[in-house]
Design a protein around this ligand. Structure first.
Ligand code: G2I
Length: 453
C-alpha cells in the first residue's frame, strides 16, 4: 500500500479528504511501498530550469491543486488569458480566472507564463466577425496588449506575445492580423508588450517547430531579423505537441540554433499523444520520449525549461481534438504518475526508480438526497493489472450501504469491503472497472479514503 506519488504527504492527503468532499473523489493507489520523491520543481530548480504546467483555474483545489502547487514552478493559464476569455464583449473584461491563477502562483512561489496576446484562434466573436480597417485593427491590438500586459505588469515572468504565426511550409499564416496589418504586426505586438511591461520576457510561440524544418526555419529567420532590427524579442516557444515515438531527431540541434541567435528557448506546451488504449509498451515509449525532450532542454543552457500542456490525462485537450488519441500527459486521469513522470524526474537528475505500475480507486458521490446517496467507485490500472479486486474503506459518519451493483459489498460497523462480481474481476493495464452502491446517511457524508488490492 502506498500513498499517491504526487509530492503529497499522507497527512496532506488526509487533509485533502475533507476538501475533496465537494469534488466527491479521493484516490489511493496500490501497490509498492516507496519513499517520497523529490518534487519535479525542486529537481528542476537545482538545474536552473523551469518545469511548468498549463492549468485550468477552476480545478486548482483538491488533488489537482495540490499537485500543481507541489510539483511545478511555472504555470501557464491554458485558456484564461486568451482574448475571448478576458474581453468576451467589447470593453467588458473578465479577469477572474487569470487573476485566480496568478494569485495561486504567487501563493505557491511559482512563475507565470502569460498565454497569449496575438493569435488567430480563441478571439471573441465581436473581434473575429467584425470588419476593421487596418488602423482600427492596429488600435484594437495595441489596446488589448497594453491593457492585459499592464494589468499583470511585474507579475508575469514571460508572455507568449505572438502565437502560431506560421503555416507548415514557413509562409505566414493568413489571419486577421496578417491580412490586416502585414507581417509587421509581430514586431508591433512585441514593441507594445515591452512598453507595457519591460520586465516580462517576450516570446513567439508555435507548434511543429521542434525539429529543423521549413516552419522552424521561417521562425528562425524571423527571430534573426527581429534581433537585427532591434525589435524586443527574448525567446521562442516550441510548443511540442508530439506523437508517440516521434520526437524529432534534430530537436536539440534546433534548440541550439535559436540559442545561438541570442534568444531563450522554452518548451511551452509539451504533450505526447498515443492511440488509445494505452499499454505498458506505449507508456514505456512515452517515457523515453518525455526523457528525450527534457534531455535536449537540459543540454542547452539557454533552454529555460519545459511546460507540459496539462499534467493529468483528465485535463488534456487531446481526446477532444484527436479522436482515439489521449494519455498524453505525465499523470493518468486518476492523478497517478505515469512512467513519463518518472522520466521527467530522471532527466532532471532525480534518482527514483519508477514503480512497476499501480491500480487506483476513485470514490465519488454520484447523487445525494436527504436520507441517502448513490456512490460510485472506479478502479483504474496504469502499468499494472488486476485479475480480481477488493475495495475497502471506512465510513466515518455512520453511512450504511443498502445495495450494491457490479460488486458484492459487505459492511461490518464502519468497515466496508466490496469484491468484484463474477464478470468484472479483470482490470487490464490501461483499463478501468466501475461499481456503484446506494447508502443511507445523516448529519454529514464525508468522502472516505479508499484502498484497492
Ligand atoms: O490546441 C492546443 C493548444 C495549441 N497551442 C496554443 C494553445 O493555446 C492551445 O490550447 C488549447 C487549450 O488547451 C484548449 O482548452 O486551445 C484550445 C482552443 O484552440 C482549447 O480548447 C478550447 C475548446 O475548443 C473550447 O470548446 C473550450 O470552451 O477550450 C475552451 C475552454 O475550455
Amino acid at each position: 500500500m502506498r500513498s499517491l506519488r504526487s509530492g503529497l504527504s499522507p497527512a496532506s492527503l488526509l487533509t485533502g479528504a475533507a476538501t475533496l468532499v465537494t469534488l466527491g473523489a479521493l484516490l489511493v493507489a496500490a501497490p509498492a511501498a516507496q519513499a517520497a520523491d523529490t518534487p519535479l520543481r525542486d529537481l528542476a530548480a537545482a538545474k536552473g530550469k523551469a518545469i511548468g504546467t498549463a492549468v485550468t483555474g477552476s480545478k486548482l483545489t483538491g488533488t489537482y491543486g495540490d499537485i500543481a502547487g507541489a510539483q511545478f514552478n511555472w504555470l501557464t493559464p491554458g485558456n484564461a488569458m486568451k482574448w475571448e476569455t478576458v474581453e468576451p464583449s467589447r470593453g467588458t473584461y473578465n479577469w477572474a480566472e487569470a487573476d485566480q491563477i496568478v494569485a495561486f502562483a504567487q501563493a505557491h512561489n511559482q512563475q507565470v507564463r502569460g498565454h497569449t496576446l496575438v493569435w488567430h484562434s480563441q478571439n471573441p466573436g465581436w473581434l473575429a466577425n467584425g470588419t476593421w480597417t487596418p488602423a482600427e485593427l492596429s488600435t484594437l491590438l495595441q489596446d488589448h496588449i497594453s491593457t492585459e500586459v499592464t494589468r499583470y505588469k511585474g507579475r508575469l515572468a514571460a508572455w507568449d506575445v505572438v502565437n502560431e504565426p506560421f503555416n507548415e511550409d514557413g509562409t505566414y499564416r493568413s489571419t486577421l492580423w496578417y491580412n490586416g496589418l502585414g507581417a509587421d504586426y509581430i514586431a508591433q505586438a512585441l514593441t507594445w508588450a515591452r512598453a507595457a511591461d519591460p520586465s516580462a520576457k517576450l516570446y513567439i510561440n508555435d507548434y511543429n517547430v521542434e525539429g529543423v524544418n521549413a516552419k522552424s526555419t521561417a521562425l528562425y529567420n524571423l527571430v534573426k531579423s527581429l534581433k537585427e532590427r532591434g525589435v524586443p524579442i527574448d525567446g521562442v516557444g516550441l510548443q511540442a505537441h508530439l506523437i508517440l515515438g516521434q520526437v524529432p531527431a534534430t530537436f536539440q540541434q534546433n534548440i541550439q540554433r535559436f540559442a545561438d541567435l541570442g534568444v531563450d528557448v522554452a518548451i511551452t506546451e509539451l504533450d505526447i499523444r498515443m492511440q488509445l488504449p494505452s499499454t505498458e509498451a506505449k507508456l514505456t515509449q512515452q517515457a523515453a520520449d518525455y526523457k528525450a525532450v527534457l534531455d535536449a532542454c537540459v543540454a542547452v543552457a539557454r533552454c529555460t525549461g519545459v511546460t507540459v500542456w496539462g499534467f493529468t490525462d483528465s485535463d488534456s485537450w487531446i481526446p477532444d481534438v484527436f479522436t482515439g488519441y489521449g494519455a498524453a500527459t505525465p499523470y493518468d486521469e486518476n492523478y497517478v504518475p505515469k512512467p513519463a513522470y518518472y522520466a521527467i524526474a530522471t532527466a532532471l537528475g532525480g534518482t527514483t526508480t519508477p514503480p512497476t505500475g499501480a491500480c487506483s480507486a476513485t470514490y465519488s458521490v454520484a447523487s445525494q438526497w436527504n436520507t441517502g446517496f448513490t456512490g460510485q467507485v472506479r478502479i483504474a490500472c496504469s502499468g499494472a493489472a488486476l485479475s480480481a479486486w477488493r475495495v475497502s474503506w471506512s465510513f466515518g459518519a455512520g453511512q450504511q450501504i443498502t445495495q450494491a451493483w457490479n460488486a458484492t459489498c459487505a459492511q461490518t460497523g464502519a468497515a466496508v469491503s466490496c469484491v468484484n462480481a463474477s464478470y468484472n474481476g479483470t482490470v487490464p493495464n490501461g483499463g478501468s472497472v466501475t461499481f456503484g452502491f446506494n447508502a443511507a446517511w445523516s448529519g454529514s457524508n464525508p468522502v472516505p479514503v479508499v484502498t484497492v488490492g
